[in-house]
Write a protein that binds this ligand. Structure first.
Ligand code: FAD
Length: 517
């Protein structure tokens, strides 16, 4: 045990030094500081049965990204006279053991709205408060506190972006400078018998080395996040003109958006700091785009989904979710697996799904295309199944944003124009007529498939398939569905389901009905 007053800073997300109010508070007036990260088997235990390397919850790319972020955090803490204490086990048990063993007066951690952390935090907070410790758990993962917005809206989350903007206004902290730097931290106290380790490697966590032919090009950590942010905002004109959903989803050598999402997901980058940098930039340019399409508008989309997710019971399910249309999706696992393993026979779709598996990141519109294709566009497979695949493979996988966007894309909530379908053939062609994106991610189509056929190779005459060394049905699959008839069928089923939802709405309360719309 150390004598004097000690604080424990529990890192979960918020893997950064800059704009980290919990860390700042933990270090204030403390003789000792225990900066802790717990490797949670719930997320990290290797699963050899899973469809690709990783745990049942996270693909190896994201685990690698997290470990890199932890290594960077450790280095940054060391620069300030501290270090990261890595422990393994069920987080609440590990935390309780440490709190009992160490002389801790203050327990600090960033507030988390995800159901998993909400449940975890109840256990840890209950122990700490009974033991007389001070608990400090500020909201710093989002621009706004979702609970404040919900309160302002009479206890219900706003269900449209515009109503969210009206309620949110300008964040209160935006007018005063954020605490961006810390100059030093208290030393680490005596860690006694707690089993502390360095940040492990993927091999030390029990993952086998993989033979993946192409790894995610994105490296984790706060240092990389800040560098990436600087590079993005250096180009003032690009930021001022940023307009989503414009932008080329097939641009992979230089993506059309910032690729800051994985850094925001793990909190290597503070969304508030990002927002302030954008506001400063906007002040110094003649004109700039505005929400919902601007870059600042994208951060507000993030907060919008966090707010709705926090205020909606069963947000991640169709059943029991009042804002979700009830749709009789099919349970066709063969179609799901073809989609997941990039074997649909539609090169545009398969290239995007390959980018997801190899990189763990794809452009927003690319995500639109594959999510629409799986659900209401072509295959009519349940959005929850596609959500699970994204949740596992994306390096930016985020509970609120992923579920929110799957609800949107499947026309289950927020967006209801189910007649507007992304064509798996012509949509990508508009941006990339030569099919360079497809050729990169699907090498089987790389060499000699003429551009006339690259989006629909099954239409190429056999002589051309022979010349391209790619026989459809042998070297690359035939399409799993005929797009025109499949999408027509999907539209019909959506119309029927919507009509049924409308009819059923008479049986529920007026409040339920309002929420359903
Ligand atoms: P930029 O365009 O540079 O935007 C900056 C930041 O704004 C992003 O990093 C992100 O934090 C936020 N943002 C941008 N678009 C959205 C959006 N539509 N909703 C909420 N926040 C947004 N994003 C995730 O971060 N995690 C997910 O798990 C996720 N799942 C998705 C699933 C589907 C089906 C779809 C269609 C979209 C999903 N998105 C998700 C949203 C969006 O595609 C990504 O945030 C974006 O492509 C990330 O790239 P970027 O950082 O270059 O974005």
């Amino acid at each position: 045990m150390s004598s004097g007053s000690g604080s424990l800073m529990w890192f979960r997300k918020g893997l950064r030094i800059h704009d980290n109010p919990a860390l700042e508070y933990a270090s204030k007036g403390s003789n000792f500081l225990y900066p802790v990260f717990v490797i949670d088997p719930h997320y990290m235990k290797p699963d050899r049965e899973a469809f690709s390397p990783g745990s049942s919850k996270a693909g190896l790319n994201r685990i690698q990204f997290l470990l890199e972020s932890l290594r960077d955090l450790d280095l940054n803490l060391k620069r300030l006279g501290s270090r990261l204490l890595v422990l393994k086990g069920e987080p609440s048990e590990v935390l309780l053991r440490c709190l009992k063993e160490w002389d801790v007066k203050k327990l600090c951690f960033e507030y988390d709205t995800e159901p998993y952390y909400q449940a975890l935090d109840v256990k840890v907070k209950s122990y700490a408060s009974t033991a007389g410790m001070e608990i400090y758990s500020p909201v710093s993962h989002t621009l706004f506190n979702p609970a404040d917005i919900i309160r302002k809206n009479g206890g219900k989350p706003p269900l449209s972006y515009q109503s969210f903007l009206k309620l949110a206004g300008e964040p209160s902290w935006a007018s005063s400078p954020l605490s961006i730097t810390l100059s030093s931290l208290p030393p680490v106290g005596n860690t006694g018998n707690c089993n502390i380790s360095e940040v492990p490697t993927v091999e030390e966590l029990g993952y086998e080395e993989t033979q993946q032919d192409e790894l995610s090009p994105f490296r984790g950590g706060e240092t990389e996040a800040l560098k990436r942010l600087r590079e993005s905002i250096e180009n003032k004109e690009w930021v001022a003109k940023f307009e989503k959903p414009k932008g080329d989803p097939s641009a992979f050598l230089k993506p059309a958006t910032t690729v800051l999402s994985p850094y925001l997901k793990f909190g290597c980058l503070s969304s508030r700091y990002f927002y302030i940098c954008l506001k400063d930039l906007y002040k110094n340019v003649k004109t700039h785009t505005v929400p919902p399409v601007s870059l600042a508008g994208q951060l507000l989309w993030r907060d919008f989904f966090y707010t709705v997710a926090f205020g909606t019971p069963s947000f991640d399910r169709m059943r029991g979710n009042k804002i979700c249309k009830q749709i009789p999706w099919n349970d066709d696992d063969e179609l799901l697996v073809a989609w997941r393993e990039a074997r649909t026979g539609f090169p545009w779709i398969d290239a995007i799904m390959t980018q997801l598996r190899k990189w763990g990141w794809m452009h927003h519109l690319a995500r639109h295309c594959v999510a629409c294709f799986l659900t209401r566009g072509d295959l009519f497979v349940h959005w929850e199944k596609g959500r699970d695949v994204f949740e596992r493979l994306l390096i930016d996988s985020d509970w609120a944003i992923n579920n929110g966007n799957w609800l949107w894309l499947s026309c289950s909530s927020f967006f209801y124009q189910y007649n507007r379908i992304y064509s798996p053939i012509s949509f990508g062609k508009k941006y990339d007529p030569n099919g360079d994106y497809i050729r990169h991610f699907l090498p089987v189509l790389k060499a000699d498939m003429p551009k006339e056929y690259i989006y629909e190779p099954w239409t190429a005459p056999l002589s051309i398939q022979n010349k391209a060394k790619c026989i459809i049905g042998r070297d690359y699959p035939k399409p799993v569905v005929a797009h025109d008839s499949a999408s027509k069928d999907c539209r019909r089923r959506m119309a029927e389901a919507y009509a049924l939802n409308h009819k059923m709405s008479g049986m529920v309360s007026a409040e339920d009905l309002r929420n359903l719309r």
